[in-house]
Design a protein around this ligand. Structure first.
Ligand SMILES: Cc1cc2nc3c(=O)[nH]c(=O)nc-3n(C[C@H](O)[C@H](O)[C@H](O)COP(=O)(O)OP(=O)(O)OC[C@H]3O[C@@H](n4cnc5c(N)ncnc54)[C@H](O)[C@@H]3O)c2cc1C
Length: 829
């Protein structure tokens, strides 16, 4: 016996020594719903050394989770967030503490009191169908059956999702903590992190008011304190803490019989900026009706000084004033209901409404999981754990990546302004093309004023003003008319778009492509580095251009890029976003330099059958097809302007992407427009560009394919070189294209007036099976096109499907991909 216990002690000591040397140390800052979920997810995947550091007392340390009313709804246009919400629901349904379950699956309602809102409910239900969830638009009477306080005569209908409900966040926190502790995680409450320690660009641990905790990885799950934690070491986080009103009513008559905390669905009344949840015999009401109330995280009082708790400010009656009257319009009993308790609770809004996740490029080992709702908490935590352990999460997270921001998005004033505006707009009906309205204009090129003079209608892309069409082309509409559109699809649209597209197919157009990301890669080993990072065969002569992919280890598509070899060790990459820049920077060896040159350069696309004639007029160099072929690059002078031309075009026409330094932008514009006059040049906008690129079947990263798709599924296997040597090669080589289970297909609609905008569900044999991605009218072919993800059984040519557009169903057919110039004669001519 003694001998056995001696052996056990010996093994235990050996294990601890091994653990200390081999096992990585992960410190999580914050034990709200995100931090606790992350500790659970990490330890569930076998992480052995996880410490959660929390400044307040557990299990309700005083962050947003400690008082969240807990409404969880899956509905969103964003597929990743919808799935994250579903993961949260399923996880919280499985946990409980002594007080009860972590989740009440009572369902959710969203009510409409205007025809516009009722129509919007159909769009919202359609998103749920698109992503595989069940929801429906129901009658007022059915809504009132589900929700006894609701007056059915005051609403026009409701969206109902039976699987949504209410999270009991503090119970869940406690249950998740216990699960993580049972697998070895350590929780230290009443420990405040006061410094993030690092050496040689890598995190080494955190210092708390009670001592130092070494770490290989630190994950900040500090919620509204996130900006403060970031500022400890110079990191600016693109979100704003804001105060938000929540109050509780006294008991109301219709709920007098209620004995459970909640049995009736949670409810949103977006038309009034309000939401509701039952609490026993009373009601909780949350309001987005009031002005934005930004808070700085350094100003949040510590636990022992806060009047209620750190993340709560006292209730302010003036902001609440209209709430009860508006509520009474759909729930008359609330007219007389008194408020028994209320607060201005704090939570976070990012500049683009998406959460912050991932390892920050500025400090190796420093990760973030912040600006996360209870709704997405488990999903974000799961993805973060997978990201840390497997190198990339199962779900696509590029829209959540902490490295996704342009420099202007990290300015304190911008963050406050955008965070506040996103708070105000949270329940608004947002059109898919609706741009950020302020601050604008923000980023402009040297030819911006020329575009204004030509009557450009601008949308915004990466902060740039980007023309969508030009009023100067309006006379072309009589020559190239477009089908009529309904009110919704006519927003941010003009028939001029169609006229521009068709004119470019016949003559030539000048497109502003400045907003596309350009990355310079230079230095010894640059070729080998890029051959490893991308699937391209890049070891070709300088002057060649290669379209290729960046893959995850599991062969999911991380990005699609165009790589131009400018010199032996000098490359220019056309990429998608700052996330691509960060990925390359992180992986680059010391000898290879990565530079985002987008802001220092401009890009103009000269596309159309006359493009070569325009260029030839401006240079003595031979730019014939023989001398300057397809997918080649040349640096030359266009009259006075030093420029680099890539002979390719995303719109499927003969043409060039032309780049020059920003200071030569205006001159380049004027030079091309002047030289193009005799060849019928027009300025053409992004609307025409999108229509033309879809006719040609060119995919757009993030919209058409993401990391959840492999190259075979997305129809991009041609962009993967043979012979391996790139990230994801082994996984890609193991894939059998004959056994893929889903596919990106081209749908063509039966009726040209059936215009859709993307993210609509696709029905096959009466059931929702997939969703559309890019969707535009193809003006050359005279038909509406949508690309769509469908299961393989619905992917064969000629398959008949239906696409749901609001409450209508549009017939469409799986058709040839691409619809225009499959033989590539125009591009190669
Ligand atoms: C009034 C109100 C209503 C809401 N309603 C809903 C809703 O219905 N549905 C929904 O999904 N979401 C809702 N939210 C939002 C939701 O509550 C939050 O988004 C979510 O709780 C954030 O969780 P978290 O774990 O990221 O942050 P928190 O819960 O704030 O946890 C962060 C933790 O980090 C700790 N911490 C911070 N800095 C340090 C440091 N330096 N050292 C140690 N510890 C530190 C804090 O003490 C805190 O406990 C609501 C929020 C409010 C205010």
């Amino acid at each position: 016996m003694l001998r056995n216990s001696h052996l056990v002690a010996q093994y235990a000591t050996l294990f601890l020594k091994w653990k200390a040397t081999v096992v990585r140390k992960i410190v999580i800052i914050g034990a709200g719903i995100v931090g606790c979920s992350l500790a659970d997810e990490l330890t569930e995947r076998g992480e052995l050394d996880v410490t959660v550091i929390e400044q307040g007392p557990m299990p309700a340390p005083g962050g947003s989770t400690s008082h969240a009313p807990g409404l969880v709804q899956k509905v969103t246009a964003n597929k990743t967030l919808a799935i994250m919400a579903d993961q949260t629901i399923n996880k919280l349904l499985s946990v409980q503490n002594e007080e009860g379950p972590g989740f009440y699956q009572v369902g959710s309602l969203e009510v409409a009191t205007t025809p516009e809102r009722l129509r919007e409910l159909h769009r919202r239900v359609a998103w749920q169908k698109a992503y595989g969830f069940d929801a429906e638009v129901i009658t007022p009477e059915r809504a009132a059956e589900l929700h006894p306080v609701l007056d059915p005569t005051k609403i026009l209908g409701a969206a109902y999702c039976p699987t949504d409900g209410l999270a009991k966040a503090v119970r869940a926190v406690q249950a998740l903590q216990r699960l993580a502790e049972s697998r070895g995680a350590v929780f230290k409450d009443r420990h405040e992190v006061i410094a993030i320690e690092h050496e040689n660009g890598k995190v080494t641990g955190v210092t708390t008011d009670k001592g130092f905790f070494p770490a290989d990885i630190v994950v900040s799950c500090a919620g509204i304190w996130g900006p403060k934690v970031g500022r400890m070491f110079g990191m600016q986080k693109a979100f704003q803490p804001l105060a938000h009103q929540l109050a509780w009513t006294e008991d109301i008559p219709s709920l007098a019989d209620q004995t459970e905390e909640i049995t009736i669905p949670i409810m949103r009344h977006q038309g009034a900026d309000l939401y509701y949840r039952q609490k026993f015999k009373g009601m909780g009401i949350g309001s987005y009706l009031h002005r934005a109330l930004p808070v700085e995280s350094e100003e949040i009082l510590p636990f022992d000084q806060a009047p209620i708790m750190p993340s709560q400010l006292p209730f302010t009656q003036p902001e609440w004033e209209p709430v009860m009257g508006l509520s009474a319009q759909i729930m008359p009993e609330l007219a007389d209901a008194k408020i028994t308790d209320g607060m201005n609770g704090m939570f976070s809004f990012t500049v683009d409404t998406m959460p912050l996740m991932g390892e920050w490029n500025g400090l190796k080992g420093f990760w973030v999981a912040e600006a996360v709702w209870v709704t997405h908490s488990v999903g974000v935590a799961r993805a973060t754990a997978e990201w840390i352990i497997d190198g990339h999460p199962t779900l696509p997270v590029h829209e959540c990546d902490v490295n996704r921001f342009e420099p202007h998005q990290l300015g304190p004033n911008h963050i406050k302004m955008r965070g506040s505006q996103n708070y105000i707009e949270v329940y608004d009906i947002i059109h898919p093309l609706q741009p950020m309205e302020a601050p604008r204009p923000l980023r402009t090129t040297g030819f911006y004023h020329r575009q204004q003079e030509l009557g450009a209608f601008f949308l915004e892309a990466a902060g740039y003003e980007r023309p969508h069409w030009y009023e100067s082309n309006k006379d072309l509409v009589s020559k190239y008319p477009s089908p009529e559109r309904d009110e919704w699809t006519s927003r941010f649209w003009s028939p001029i778009i169609g006229a521009e597209a068709q004119h470019v197919r016949e003559q030539v157009g000048l497109f502003d492509i400045t907003a596309l990301k350009r990355i310079e890669v230079k230095g010894k080993g640059a070729l080998e580095f890029l051959m490893h990072q991308t699937t391209g065969k890049l070891d070709k002569a300088p002057g060649s251009v290669t379209y290729c992919l960046m893959l995850t280890e599991k062969a999911g598509i991380l990005s699609d890029v165009t790589v131009t070899r400018l010199g032996e060790n000098h490359f220019m990459i056309g990429a998608n976003s700052p996330v691509d820049v960060a990925r390359l920077e992180k992986a680059a060896p010391d000898t290879v330099f990565i530079k985002d040159v987008t802001a220092g350069t401009v890009g103009l696309g000269l596309f159309g059958p006359n493009a070569r004639k325009v260029v030839q007029k401006l240079t003595n160099q031979d730019v014939s097809n023989e001398a300057f072929g397809y997918f080649k690059a040349k640096s030359l002078y266009l009259d006075q302007v030093p420029a680099t031309l890539w002979r390719l075009s995303y719109v499927g026409e003969l043409g060039y992407e032309i780049y020059t330094d920003a200071d030569m932008g205006l001159k380049l514009w004027d030079t091309l427009m002047e030289a193009g006059k005799e060849f019928d040049i027009i300025p053409a906008g992004r609307g025409a560009f999108n229509s033309m690129r879809l006719e040609k079947g060119y995919r757009s990263y993030g919209t058409d394919m993401t990391s959840e798709h492999n190259p075979h599924e997305a129809g991009l296997a041609f962009a993967v070189r043979k012979g391996g040597g790139y990230i994801g090669a082994s996984a890609f080589e193991e894939l059998d294209p004959a056994t893929i289970t889903r596919k990106l297909v081209c749908l063509v609609f039966d009726n040209p007036q059936h215009v859709t905008l993307g993210k609509e569900p696709v029905y096959f044999q009466g059931k929702p099976v997939g969703y559309t991605t890019s969707s535009y009218f193809g003006h050359t072919i005279g038909k509406q096109i949508a690309y769509a993800w469908v299961p393989i059984e619905a992917s064969t040519l000629g398959t008949k499907v239906e696409v749901q557009y609001f409450e209508e169903f549009y017939p469409a057919v799986v058709s040839d991909d691409p619809q225009f110039d499959a033989a590539m004669t125009r591009l190669r001519s």
